[in-house]
Design a binder for this molecule. Structure first.
Ligand SMILES: Cc1cc2nc3c(=O)[nH]c(=O)nc-3n(C[C@H](O)[C@H](O)[C@H](O)COP(=O)(O)OP(=O)(O)OC[C@H]3O[C@@H](n4cnc5c(N)ncnc54)[C@H](O)[C@@H]3O)c2cc1C
Length: 535
């Protein structure tokens, strides 16, 4: 069988699905080939960031995601020697239903395990006639020339060979990416540890100990932090993650029951082990995100320590960045610089975010050795209090990450026009809104329930804060070049002050590309640059 499409997406994890969804929403024909049957056996991603929720708002999936996790489950982080052992300290956080809305976003982060997230994204993508999802379809080899990409896929059930011809291909095929391998693109960075996940089921785990409900129980022994229990669905699914070290564990020797008993502090509990997965904790970024017509996104180009929940969210932002550029080039109004800007913009964000995730891992491991930690003595009590306070304060950066989620910006992008202003500090814990070109355009309510962000997505959006100025020149330049541009008049002065300009042009992915108090004399040049035809 031979099929033609505009974009072939290899891999239907959160990143491939996000790309299919946004391309589908934009009406760009694409096929996603996923080798599995779509059932997630080992959920990894649990935290859906505020930025990803903003994308989900655009995709119409935000409410479905909000409905997954129990709203009355606390986000508290507990530091214990075991569930039935000593509590060292706690960092209390409210439940989702208690959290006030954010001032800086119409959404807020959520917990939604990959088990539920992927089917939600898949259904939403399939609802777009231009997006086709093919499960049980493995991409086995490909080649490209100046006209397109030809990929050989196989139906993993029937063995049938399917040839897919596409204008572009995007490898969203995870950390072991065969697309990246075939392109000969190397990763740079380092190994942090060899870890193991035990995914298990135990209803109402909190009723078996006296520590109360928590999103995570960090497990600290005499030799330091060795693992954590993380709530997966807030009901009965849990994951024990064993931090590990640079030595690879012998999985034939690994005793998951013994590890669970150590974490519980008792071997008296009934549970069901659903899967055990060894994995490698890396801090790595690919040396390149593209070879000609083949792009890479997500874990295929960056591998994270999961500490902070940044990996999948960073990957979904890759997909969001790339989708409108591919669509624009295929529609003929986007120039080559759009595609060049993908790596230029996204690779530095991978370094930024993998770096912070690795620091979070070190913060988790800060307990060090405390030989008397488990003793019922004054020295034991002293060590428990000291270690508890140390790890609690060190790890706060891991739980409070709004700056990581919303504060990333594209510096010196070939398609944005710098305005000469100083960058705001890139704080990881808190987010400081900024409309400096390259930044995510700030949120403000234009009307009840209607955010500035809801205006972005289809072509460029001109926010006009001063209606006394004509925009005819800009509109004609956009029209002459077939560049989609709409104007939104904003009369609220507070929003104008937030954007610090009389005009701002926002890209389809919600980043400011230009702002100023007057339109330039040469609007052709401005439109040419932001649509990727500039010099
Ligand atoms: C313990 C743990 C916890 C984590 N928690 C979080 C979190 O809370 N938040 C977060 O953002 N991230 C988290 N992550 C990271 C997150 O899981 C990954 O970053 C994310 O899954 C990457 O998505 P992806 O789509 O790039 O790759 P993957 O999820 O690996 O998906 C790749 C897909 O490609 C398919 N595939 C591979 N090869 C082929 C082929 N040849 N043909 C067709 N299909 C193919 C695979 O079957 C797979 O479905 C966590 C990771 C771990 C280990």
């Amino acid at each position: 069988m031979a099929i033609k499409t505009r974009v072939l997406i290899v891999g239907g994890g959160p990143v491939g699905l996000g790309l299919a969804l946004e391309l589908g929403r934009l009406g760009t024909e694409c096929i996603l080939a996923e080798q599995s049957d779509g059932v997630v056996k080992q959920p990894k991603l649990g935290l859906v960031s505020t930025r990803t929720m903003e994308f989900c708002r655009r995709w119409g999936t935000a409410q479905e995601i909000r409905d997954v996790y129990p709203p009355d489950f606390p986000a508290t982080q507990l530091f214990v020697t075991s569930l039935c052992g000593y509590e060292l300290s706690r960092q209390e956080y409210p439940t989702f239903s208690e959290l006030p809305p954010l001032e800086t976003s119409p959404e807020r982060h959520q917990r939604c395990t990959q088990i539920y997230l992927e089917p939600i994204l898949r259904r939403a993508a399939e609802a777009h006639p231009s997006a086709t999802i093919r499960l049980n379809t493995r991409m086995t080899s490909f080649h490209q020339d100046e006209n397109g990409v030809m990929a050989n896929c196989e139906d993993v059930n029937s063995g049938e060979v399917i040839t897919i011809e596409a204008d572009y291909m995007v490898g969203c095929d995870g950390a072991a990416s065969i697309v990246r391998g075939a392109l000969g693109i190397e990763m740079e960075g380092k190994l942090l540890s060899h870890s193991i996940n035990v995914f298990f089921k135990i209803p109402e785990l909190w009723s078996h100990h006296d520590k109360g409900k928590a999103e995570r129980y960090l497990l600290i022994g005499k030799d330091g932090t060795w693992g954590n229990f993380t709530a997966i669905d807030g009901r009965e699914l849990w994951r024990l993650s064993i931090a590990g070290d640079e030595n690879q564990a012998d999985m034939d020797e690994f005793d998951a029951d013994a590890a669970l008993a150590r974490g519980f502090g008792t071997d008296d509990l009934d549970y069901e082990i659903l899967s055990v997965m060894p994995w490698t904790r890396l801090q790595m970024v690919a040396k390149s995100y593209r070879r000609n017509r083949v792009f890479l996104a997500g874990d295929a180009v960056h591998c994270f320590s999961p500490t902070g929940g940044f990996g999948g969210n960073t990957g979904v932002s890759d997909a969001f960045n790339l989708s409108w550029k591919l669509a624009a080039v295929l529609e003929g109004w986007g120039g080559p610089k759009l595609l060049d800007s993908y790596e230029h913009e996204r690779r530095p964000i991978a370094f930024r975010n993998t770096g912070e995730a690795a620091k979070n891992f070190r913060r988790q491991m800060s307990a060090g050795e405390n030989p008397n930690l488990l003793d019922d003595t004054d020295e034991g009590r002293r060590q428990r209090a000291e270690v508890g306070e140390l790890v609690r304060s060190e790890t706060q950066n891991e739980w409070e990450t709004l700056g990581v989620q919303l504060g990333y910006r594209y510096e010196a992008s070939p398609i944005d026009i710098a305005d000469g202003t100083e960058a705001t500090p890139d704080e990881f814990r808190t987010y400081l809104p900024s409309a400096r070109p390259g930044s995510r355009a700030p949120h403000a309510w234009l009307a009840e329930g209607h955010s500035t962000l809801d205006e972005f997505g289809d072509g460029f959006t001109l926010l006009r804060f001063d209606q006394s100025h004509s925009i005819d020149g800009l509109q004609s330049a956009a029209k002459d070049n077939n560049v989609p541009l709409k104007c939104v008049d904003v009369k609220d002065e507070k929003i104008g002050a937030l954007y610090e300009a009389r005009f701002a042009i926002i890209r389809p992915d919600g980043h400011v590309t230009w702002r100023g108090d007057a339109l330039p004399d040469d609007c052709e040049n401005l439109i040419g640059k932001i649509s990727g035809f500039g010099v």
